[in-house]
Design a protein around this ligand. Structure first.
Ligand SMILES: NC(=O)C1=CN([C@@H]2O[C@H](COP(=O)(O)OP(=O)(O)OC[C@H]3O[C@@H](n4cnc5c(N)ncnc54)[C@H](O)[C@@H]3O)[C@@H](O)[C@H]2O)C=CC1
Ligand SMILES: Nc1nc(O)c(N)c(N[C@@H]2O[C@H](COP(=O)(O)O)[C@@H](O)[C@H]2O)n1
Length: 220
């Protein structure tokens, strides 16, 4: 399995504002790059915080990229994955429509009622007691043949993936906006590291729109 975290932050490192509403940080060129990255992924993963805040669809938008997937013998759309300990994904969320297969990764703490609602819309994976055990959940996804994983956020999930040692690559678009706010989400929130910080190796740096695209690999 190869896990790429892709996100866009403001120049001051925020994923969104303190209101946690979706903010277009990427410009046209970066959104096209994100669409291509989705098209070369087996699954696109987000945390339920992102579903509740943004209601993303997580599909490949460019039809020619979908056609190329079909020519390669892949499903028209990559699978979508929501990491959702307590089963809070609304059944009318865009990510649960029939455009692609969706997996919802739950913990044992997800109420039976939520499971019964979600099972009509998604494949359910259970791993972990109170919180999704990401190592086990990603192993279960790999068993389903999902090898090329793209994670889009948000900050809580991205931190946990670094903590679990699951991230192979970080692709970050740093855009020409200052958002500010001590409570605004950043690329990696959670508890934060105080030692044994994950270290990155810069592979590429490119100007894109009025921002910069950085590609790092994670050192072992
Ligand atoms: N600029 C960008 O590229 C992106 C920005 N965003 C922004 O990020 C914000 C949402 O991010 P967050 O609130 O951090 O939510 P998140 O999307 O990271 O989801 C966090 C939730 O996932 C669930 N979860 C289950 N197991 C977990 C585990 N082991 N580790 C961590 N989480 C686990 C928990 O319910 C937790 O509250 C929104 O404001 C959204 O707009 C989201 C994606 C991309
Ligand atoms: N790459 C990127 N740049 C931005 O500026 C963003 N605001 C986001 N947000 C994430 O994009 C996804 C939206 O997906 P759909 O267009 O609905 O398919 C979702 O993950 C947002 O949080 N990303």
């Amino acid at each position: 399995m190869h896990v790429v975290v892709n996100a866009a932050t403001s120049a001051d490192g925020k994923l969104s504002s303190r209101r946690r509403e979706q903010i277009a940080i990427s410009g046209e060129a970066d959104f096209e790059r994100v669409d291509r990255l989705r098209a070369y992924s087996d699954a696109v993963v987000v945390g339920v915080g992102t579903v509740l805040a943004d209601d993303p669809h997580l599909t490949v938008k460019d039809e020619s990229l979908c056609d190329e997937r079909l020519e390669r013998g892949e499903p028209k759309q990559p699978a979508r994955v929501v990491v959702d300990s307590k089963g809070r994904t609304p059944t009318d969320a865009a990510v649960l429509d029939d455009a692609a297969t969706t997996y919802v990764c739950l913990s044992e703490a997800a109420p039976v009622g939520s499971r019964m609602d979600l099972v009509d819309h998604a494949e359910l994976v259970t791993a972990g007691n109170d919180r999704v055990d990401l190592l086990r959940a990603f192993a279960a996804l790999e068993e389903q043949g999902l090898e090329r994983i793209m994670v889009e956020g948000g900050g809580e999930l991205i931190f946990s993936l670094f903590e679990a040692g699951l991230v192979d690559e970080l692709r970050l678009f740093v855009g020409p906006k200052v958002i500010g706010g001590r409570d605004a989400p950043t690329l990696a929130d959670g508890e934060g590291f105080v030692e044994e910080f994950p270290l990155l190796h810069l592979e590429d740096l490119e100007r894109l729109d009025d921002g910069a695209l950085l590609r790092w690999t994670v050192e072992d």
